[in-house]
Design a protein around this ligand. Structure first.
Ligand code: SAH
Length: 252
């Protein structure tokens, strides 16, 4: 059996209890070595086979899994953050289906949650934005023109931009083609929840220069929107005047 496991954003104690249990029990761990914190491999049994998928192709990953399955062994496929975002899990799952190898997916804390925590921020503030757009600039992986950063930026919603810290000037230009202004607050969060975490708070107009000044060009998220401004409306949920399914409000 194969367990796809979300490793969390970096800090080793941010993996789920289920994920940690599976790492302890694994006969084989194939980990995304470019981003997974190697400290998590310390949970593995001493005779656990370890493979760094950063140096492997999909075919090589599948060959390792098939070998383990033939011997009746358990494999953990350890992905950074949550496997469902930019994890390339679908192609692995489809191949496993074709091979009749069973698998399950164990979620993890995505780096976009780690980055919000690093900033003590809430992405969905009443009166500011109730939507979070998770996206990226095209790199070697193309992005459909309907999802271009400039077109998504027209919404002026909270934005979390993955895989684009090496292209800050292009990110800045695209954002300014949308609803954001040079004064819209932004932040670049490098290695959220790792000991070497770095935060560069800036504005859309100073994104590129702030990233360069902080020396950040990879393993970072770009966060954009007025959720980083001081102004917002308080929630209805905890408003004394507001009645909910659990509490009678004073105003009604
Ligand atoms: N599945 C992962 C994302 C993998 S794509 C998740 O849920 O987080 C890899 C990209 O994620 C990086 O280029 C970077 O943009 C972002 N990333 C991953 N870990 C990060 C971290 N700890 N801090 C900031 N960005 C991170």
């Amino acid at each position: 059996m194969v367990h796809f496991v979300g490793a969390g954003p970096g800090a080793p104690d941010l993996i789920t209890l289920r994920g940690a249990e599976l790492l302890r029990a694994a006969d084989c761990i194939i980990y995304a070595g470019s981003l997974v914190n190697p400290a998590l491999l310390g949970l593995a049994k001493t005779d656990c086979a370890l493979y760094n998928s950063a140096e492997m192709t999909l075919e090589q990953v599948l060959a390792v899994i098939r070998r383990q399955e033939k011997q009746g062994k358990n494999t953990v496929r350890l992905h950074t953050g949550d496997p469902c975002l930019y994890g390339a899990i679908r192609e692995q799952m489809d191949a496993l289906d074709a091979l009749h190898i069973p698998y399950q997916d164990v979620p993890g804390v995505s780096s976009f949650c780690g980055a919000a925590a690093a900033l003590n921020a809430e992405y969905t503030l009443p009166g500011v934005s109730q939507s979070v757009i998770i996206t990226r600039l095209a790199g070697r992986t193309p992005v459909r023109s309907a999802e271009s950063l400039a077109s998504l930026a027209r919404h002026g919603a909270t934005m979390v931009i993955f895989l684009s810290a090496g292209m800050l000037a292009q990110v800045q230009t695209a954002l300014l083609q949308g609803a954001y202004t040079p004064d819209t607050p932004a932040a670049i969060v490098y290695k959220a929840t790792w000991p070497e975490e770095k935060i560069a708070r800036c504005t859309v107009g100073t994104l590129a220069e702030s990233g360069a000044a902080a020396g950040i060009c990879k393993t970072a998220l770009i966060l954009v929107g007025d959720f980083l401004s001081p102004a917002y409306e308080r929630s209805k949920l905890y408003d004394p005047a507001f009645t909910t399914g659990f509490r009678k409000g004073s105003g009604e």
